[in-house]
Design a protein around this ligand. Sequence first.
Ligand SMILES: Cc1cc2nc3c(=O)[nH]c(=O)nc-3n(C[C@H](O)[C@H](O)[C@H](O)COP(=O)(O)OP(=O)(O)OC[C@H]3O[C@@H](n4cnc5c(N)ncnc54)[C@H](O)[C@@H]3O)c2cc1C
Length: 459
Amino acid sequence: MRAHFKTAVRTSRSPLPLTLRRELADIVGGSNFLTGDATAGYVVDWTGRFHGWTPAVVRPGTTAQVSAVLAACNAAGVPVVPQGGNTGLVGGGIPLNGEVVLSLTGLDRLDPVDTDAMQVTAQAGVSLQRVADAHPGFDLPVRIASRHSATVGGAIATNAGGLRVLRHGPMRAQIRGLEAVLADGRVLSHMAGLVKDNTGYDYPGLLAGSEGTLAVITQARIRLTPRSENSVVALIGVSDLAGLHGLAVRSVREVTGLESAEFFTTAGLDILLAHTPLARPFREPAKTYLLLEASGPHAMEQLGELAADRPTAVAETASDRARLWQYRERHPEAAGFLGTPLKFDVSVPSGQWVHFASTVTGVVHSVDPYAQVITYGHIVDGNIHVNVVPAADADGRHQDVVFNHVASLGGSISAEHGIGALKARWISLARTDAERSLFAGIRAAFDPRGILNPNVLPR
Ligand SMILES: Cc1cc2nc3c(=O)[nH]c(=O)nc-3n(C[C@H](O)[C@H](O)[C@H](O)COP(=O)(O)OP(=O)(O)OC[C@H]3O[C@@H](n4cnc5c(N)ncnc54)[C@H](O)[C@@H]3O)c2cc1C
């Protein structure tokens, strides 16, 4: 079965029909209907790699307004790109072909925390940091370096992973209820917050990771976790990638309260040392670095045993922990100091991790000998972020070799950022014809006119 989409009827660089323009401005109010120069911040992504244009940015403040905006665009056959904090790294939130931008940042209500259920209801535009700060006793299980700007809606739409997946799972695992609007304006709402609820299809789970292609998320009920007290962070220098991976695997088995296991190498660290106020973490040289965070009564002792006599920096106070985390959390910026990066976030099976991490730079150099390559990531879930600053044209050659290398090792071309526009051409490396046909059928059921995020996930 192969589903067919009726494609949206507008062509690029054509203005919005006047009636639709008036209708959208009436729905959200003139100050939330932006055109011309006022749209500049919405048409370029965080990396600077993706540039688009839009005839209008529409900023609704309520679910009813989202519904009315979508119904109007759907009736007119005008494509729409949903956008949250615009921190996505695969070009999924950028209007590459003149789509209307539906910015959800105006949906910013955060309810009081339900301390009995350990849940909170947040509208789509609330930042992840606001959710994490909502109550002194509770924390948001998902933590990503972009949390001050990334929104609840964007994190669900991308099924964000981040720094604590090994302990708590990705964003999909935190959803206890969801409200979303279909392309034709119908509102789906399932917000009871029940932990057990087997009443039909789990569409909130399906919308997690759907990258704005199935529906627009307007609010969610989110699982919280008790805030960890007295956690310890250890940054350990390791001489090579095999030793690094072996130590990370041991940490999962031996450190009972392990929250995070992250890595970076001297390639990224040296750039950060040259371009930021960060100082070298310890005097002894190391090629690779493992950052571990653990909580509980045995954290210090267990991390100490693991580090043994390797060079190590340890932090127990909140400010010291934050200082050590900067070495890892500032790595997404490192490549940006050298140029406009191509960001790959891939994962490989544990048994292939050392091979992939050791060979990926050579693989990139086979098509671009002067490209700069920085790797870092969430080591125990097999996830490696490969940041490439190309010297040759970024014409797809880098994706070709990296994604084929990943596929040959049984890995995934998107561990957490999504397919977006960056990887659309390569999805057949990751999914079979039968799977892609099923995807197209699901998409057609949610959005028959194909107006939602047409550049993301090929049809
Ligand atoms: C410094 C840095 C570090 C990062 N670290 C991580 C990391 O560790 N792990 C990780 O997973 N990601 C990471 N990211 C990527 C990014 O922050 C996440 O993908 C984040 O979840 C995107 O949220 P956003 O609100 O910025 O979404 P946007 O960038 O605005 O949009 C992302 C996608 O979601 C869709 N979308 C947005 N809002 C909605 C909505 N309400 N309804 C439907 N669709 C919507 C968009 O159309 C787009 O396809 C990082 C990014 C940066 C810049």
